[in-house]
Design a protein around this ligand. Structure first.
Ligand code: SF4
Length: 317
């Protein structure tokens, strides 16, 4: 079994951050007022069928406040829970955070990097919202700061991507991830587990595709049906087209996934947590992410499983 500097059975983000910085680092979310080409009419206006950005933005974030104000409020917000964190990463989360001309990005990122004790940036975006010029600029920043770029891959299957109206292909994700990694950036991917039309086998096959990419980290989210989305309408009309996971079913599948996953890949999240007032289904009760994680770790032990246990057998580069 691999060891990652702790006694966990997977390569956790917490332990990665400790290895990298020698201490806990808190992410502070900012909403810089970006939009997305899948919403502003460039690619479409409806967005991805599951998307409602309001469902995951923390309360202190608002594009009406400056980056500096949002970061100050973020520090205050986190001070009670995480007193040990003295340093921070600015997390540009809402919408597509490279979707603006380069000079605008420079202005926003520089404001964040000038805030006290900010060690770097985590930038969430779409793979079709970066170009070589922007990646070269981020690569320059990475000489001085920790720079991570997270791409919404969502699925490695082009039929699924079309069905959920992503507006880009998996090949676009492969391109963006490869170009970003070539430039020394830490590259993350976001994957949704349980999208319509994907069987358990389809999901597991995608892990081979993920393993073949030069990624640093990955976030998994179970599919959640959120109010005020196209998917909510589709779900109301045809519930039988969806096979949403029970909590136990999801955790069992996550063990299968983790066993196949490259042990070098840092796992940043296992599940999503939409705000209960926006969530239509599935309802898993009042479980916080850390409680779910405990259940998952117990299951890993029961099944004597760990990240990468089957990696060599499934690795297809
Ligand atoms: S999920 Fe991301 S890419 Fe899709 S519509 Fe929402 S903000 Fe845009």
């Amino acid at each position: 079994m691999y060891t990652w500097g702790d006694n966990r059975r997977f390569n956790s983000y917490t332990s990665y951050i400790k290895r990298k910085f020698g201490a806990r680092i808190q992410k502070l979310t900012v909403d810089a007022g970006f939009t997305c080409p899948n919403r502003d009419g460039t690619l479409g206006v409806g967005g991805c069928t599951y998307c409602n950005n309001d469902s995951f933005n923390p309360s202190y974030c608002s594009p009406h406040k400056s980056i500096t104000v949002q970061l100050s409020e973020g520090v205050e917000f986190h001070q009670f829970r995480y007193r040990r964190a003295k340093n921070y990463l600015a997390y540009f989360q809402a919408y597509s955070n490279t979707y603006a001309p380069l000079n605008k990005l420079e202005e926003l990122y520089n404001e964040a990097l000038s805030f006290p004790n900010i060690m770097g940036l985590v930038i969430g975006t779409r793979p079709d919202c970066v170009d070589i010029e922007k990646l070269d600029y981020l690569s320059d920043l990475a000489k001085k700061y920790y720079i991570s770029i997270e791409f919404g891959v969502e699925s490695c299957n082009n039929n699924t991507l079309m069905r959920i109206n992503r507006g880009h292909t998996f090949e676009k994700s492969e391109w963006a991830i490869t170009e970003a990694a070539k430039r020394g950036l830490n590259v993350g991917a976001h994957l949704i587990i349980g999208l319509p039309g994907e069987s358990k086998n389809d999901i597991l096959k995608q892990i081979d595709a993920i393993n073949s990419l030069p990624l640093t980290s990955i976030k998994f989210h179970q599919l959640q049906i959120i109010k005020n989305t196209q998917m909510a309408l589709d779900y109301a009309n045809r519930k039988d087209a969806f096979s949403l996971f029970t909590m136990d079913g999801y955790l069992e599948l996550m063990v299968d996934i983790i066993e196949r996953l490259n042990p070098e890949l840092v796992i940043e999240r296992f599940s999503g947590e939409a705000h209960p007032t926006t969530l239509i289904a599935p309802h898993w009760g009042k479980f916080r992410h850390d409680q779910l994680l405990q259940k998952f770790e117990k299951l890993l032990e029961e099944r004597n499983a760990w990240q990468g246990k089957l990696y060599n057998a499934t690795h297809k580069i």
